[in-house]
Design a protein around this ligand. Sequence first.
Ligand code: SF4
Length: 450
Amino acid sequence: MKQKSVTAVTLGCKLNYAETSAILDMLLQEGWQLAEPGDRADLFIVHTCAVTGQAEQKSRQQIRKIIRKNPGSRIAVIGCYAQLDPGRVAGIDGVSLVLGTTDKFELAHYTGEAGSPGLAPLVVVSPVRDLDVALPGSSMLCRPDKGRTRAFLKIQDGCSHGCSYCTIPNIRGRSRSVPLDVVLERAAGIAGAGYREIVLTGVNIADYRDGQTRFPDLLRRLEQVDVSRIRIGSVEPDLLDLDLIGTVAASGKIMPHFHLPLQSGSDRILKSMGRHYDTATYRKRFIQAVEAIPGCGIGADVMTGYPGEGAQEFDEMYRFLESLPTAYLHVFTCSVRPGTTLSRQVARRELRTVPHAEAASRASRLAGLARRLEQNFASLSVGRSLRVLFEEGVGNPDGTVRWSGYSENYLRVDVDLDPDATPDAMRGSVHEVLVDGVGEDLHLTGRLLS
Ligand code: SF4
């Protein structure tokens, strides 16, 4: 009997990528095979995201595009957007199967029942339950285009912080952690498979807890795993304490890079958002980290257009951001999510929404600032050498190959190499690079030292 083929597209966060790998791994154990890139697949998985209104829209666009381009394939839509709005997803013509955030791990059991193209879709979306978070399967399927460079390791799921604008707790439940022994076993498996970097993923990873083991304890245990690099995903500012900063500062494996979501630089708005820190605390933790960890790169999420944000609050945020040596900014405009505290406050007219045009203009001002901050931080590395894990090489018109990868503090670095002068196994190897400039795309440029 012909082996059935499967492929997947993943939207959203690194956690979704780790989970897609685990789900594909389970299907392979059930006799499915991965479709070659560009080949037709019997089953096409769309792993969705719903963190913002824009993310939902992107999910719908992807679903429709995949249905158009893959006539005859069964389309399984899974994850956060399927959990948040299963009816709307099932209503998209061509969808065969809709699975929520907990049901998606049972995909292998539903493939037989999934509606064939043209038939009504099968919808299985259970209420969010605080299920075990340890991913079934091995969750480290290789990405052929990136070789065995970085693997995502899920250590935690859900969140109990309860920020007023956030829909994630409604979709993924409260904070839960993968048992320590499972995390260590998975990390050893990833190292054994030849990956050079482990990226720790979850929703609120620094909230990790297994008995007496807290996040810094877990990191110290992971240091014993035979892998070159361990990268921390997003850390909530209230959880970036001296123990965590000290653990990273003392480590040769944990990368000097934090993604520290700020959201707003106005204390009044931070309070309204229900965030667990004020600007003084954020600044203190930021400075403690950059002083303790040489070359540390700290990036941040910022959100503008939050209901109640006036010109004064926006200026406070702008000046606050200007005052910190941030490595990069991810700029979002606030979207009022259904089922959140914020949506109820807006409905009760306790908070006034910011006109779309005004929010868009503020976001564009922040994007300009983001580019300036990123340029400033990148240029600090000119004339210095950085250790870079190379991921991919693309041919240049002049016959050289542009190899790219991330430095330890998460700067993108490009090196142009003559194919004859290229070290063996460039993909997935770490090399010392002497930085000689910052490109238009804000990637660093340089030459190999080793
Ligand atoms: S910390 Fe806040 S914004 Fe982040 S996932 Fe938790 S509730 Fe959402």
